[in-house]
Design a protein around this ligand. Structure first.
Ligand code: 5AD
Ligand code: SF4
Length: 442
């Protein structure tokens, strides 16, 4: 039997899908690239913003056609969206054609549920939060062909409860993965010739806190994971995401700058540049503290790139508050910013706060923010022109089949004329031009 996986959402979800593929293959199912060929369709869902959810309900609705064409096809829907409190109502309205619905804690059990459906059971829903049997080592299918980056989980869940965010509700409390299981996996991917790893977690800086609390002696922390990863032969670049600025201590910045393989790239989600909004978001830092971290990074690693996430139109954000954000963003001079319209998520504290901002105002603010940041991103990129950079070659450019694409240590995308044998190698290139979102080396 063949399976097809459609993934929505973040890198954690992308990697969860690799694990789901690995688990299905080890049970004897074969992956396929076309939905029409599949006997099992798996949808991995995301609920971080309403726009994601609307798109996914549309996709799930369309799967009725697949069921109509091939009545025996098994449709399984997994992931964050299925773990939400109000999911029962939605499934009753929109999910009658689904065979299996699994929440975030149960997705590794998919093969068992597929067997039950094959045995005649109908409409299985398991969104229980019982994760005691969640295994630390699962196979991953990282896809075909040369792989430049292996994603490796180090911690699941989040304890932060930022007031806008649904993640702690659908991914649960922080659970660090066993240290040795992580290092073994890094050695294993290095053995396969993979040069870059991406350590994944909703908040990687929290790694080990739960272990220490549970009484593990000399519990490792995130710095210990970085140190051990840095020592693995064959690995040349180490990346991680996401980080919380509150937990970004001076000691951690020092460790990162000292370890040669850890990339000079910091993604530090700011969310807002206004102290009143940061407080209402429950972020645990203010502008002054954030500015201090940036200063420290730029002092220890002047070449480092710093990027961020920003939300506009959080409840109560006034025009004056927003102007404060713009001023602070101009001050920080980020290499890039991922910008979002605030989206109320049912069950979070912010969803019921007074002062919800009208959509038109949010959109107008997003536009002003984008204009400012695009200008800064371009200026930052122009500073690379004429410089030689080391690029890990990822493959052919999707937008331009005559070109290749790769990334600098500082995570800048570089487009250039290359050869197939360069894929997965680190090459030196001279930057000849800069755009807002990428560099060119022609
Ligand atoms: N509305 C808008 N953006 C959100 N994010 C998280 N929750 C929301 C929400 N309710 C953004 C944050 C986070 C990124 C992954 O998604 O900026 O860093
Ligand atoms: Fe959400 Fe905040 Fe946790 Fe990030 S740190 S996943 S924004 S609650």
């Amino acid at each position: 039997m063949k399976f097809y996986i459609k993934t929505f959402g973040c890198q954690m979800n992308e990697h969860d899908s690799e694990i789901i593929a690995g688990v299905l293959e080890s049970t004897g199912y074969q992956p396929c690239d076309e939905l029409d060929e599949a006997d099992i369709i798996v949808v991995n869902t995301c609920c971080i913003r309403e726009s994601a959810e609307n798109k996914i309900w549309g996709y799930i609705g369309n799967l009725k056609n697949a069921k109509y064409k091939k009545p025996g096809v098994i449709i399984a829907v997994l992931g964050c969206m299925m773990q939400q409190q109000n999911i029962g109502d939605m499934l009753n309205r929109m999910g009658k054609h689904l065979d299996i619905v699994l929440g975030t804690y149960q997705q590794h059990r998919l093969p068992e549920y597929i067997s039950r459906v094959l045995g005649g059971e109908r409409r299985i829903v398991d969104i229980s939060e019982d994760n005691r049997d969640f295994p630390d080592v699962l196979p991953s299918d990282r896809g075909d062909g040369p792989i430049h980056t292996a994603q490796i989980n180090i911690i699941y869940g989040c304890n932060n409860f930022c007031s806008y965010c649904i993640v702690p509700y659908v991914r649960g409390r922080e659970r660090s993965r066993d240290f040795n299981a992580i290092i073994d996996e890094i050695r294993q991917v290095a053995g396969q010739g993979i040069k870059e790893i991406m350590l994944l977690g909703q908040n990687v800086n929290s790694y080990g806190k739960d272990l220490a609390k549970a009484g593990v002696e000399n519990a490792p922390d995130f710095a210990a994971v970085l140190e051990a990863a840095n020592a693995v032969e064959g690995i040349e670049r180490i990346r991680y995401m996401s980080s919380h600025p509150r937990d970004f201590s001076p000691a951690l910045v020092d460790t990162i700058s000292r370890l040669s393989k850890v990339c000079s790239y910091y993604h530090l989600p700011l969310q807002s540049g206004c102290d009143k909004t940061l407080k209402a978001m429950n972020r645990g830092y203010d502008r002054a503290r954030y500015a201090e971290i940036i200063r420290q990074i730029r002092t220890t690693t002047p070449d480092a790139a710093i990027t961020t996430d920003l939300i506009v139109g959080f409840p109560g954000e006034t025009e004056e508050d927003f102007r404060e954000c713009l001023d602070f963003i101009a001050e920080c001079r980020f290499d890039a910013a991922y910008t979002f319209l605030y989206s109320p998520r049912s069950g979070t504290v912010a969803a019921t706060m007074p002062g919800q901002v009208p959509l038109a105002v949010k959109k107008e603010r997003l536009q002003r923010l984008t204009n400012l940041q695009n200008q800064i991103s371009l200026e930052k990129n122009l500073a690379y022109v004429g410089r030689k950079v080391k690029v890990l070659v990822e493959g052919e450019s999707k937008n331009n089949p005559d070109c290749y694409t790769g990334r600098t240590d500082s995570n800048k995308i570089v487009i250039f004329h290359g050869e197939p044998q360069m894929i997965n190698q680190i090459v030196e290139l001279e930057i000849t031009a800069a755009k807002t979102w990428h560099l060119e080396a022609f």
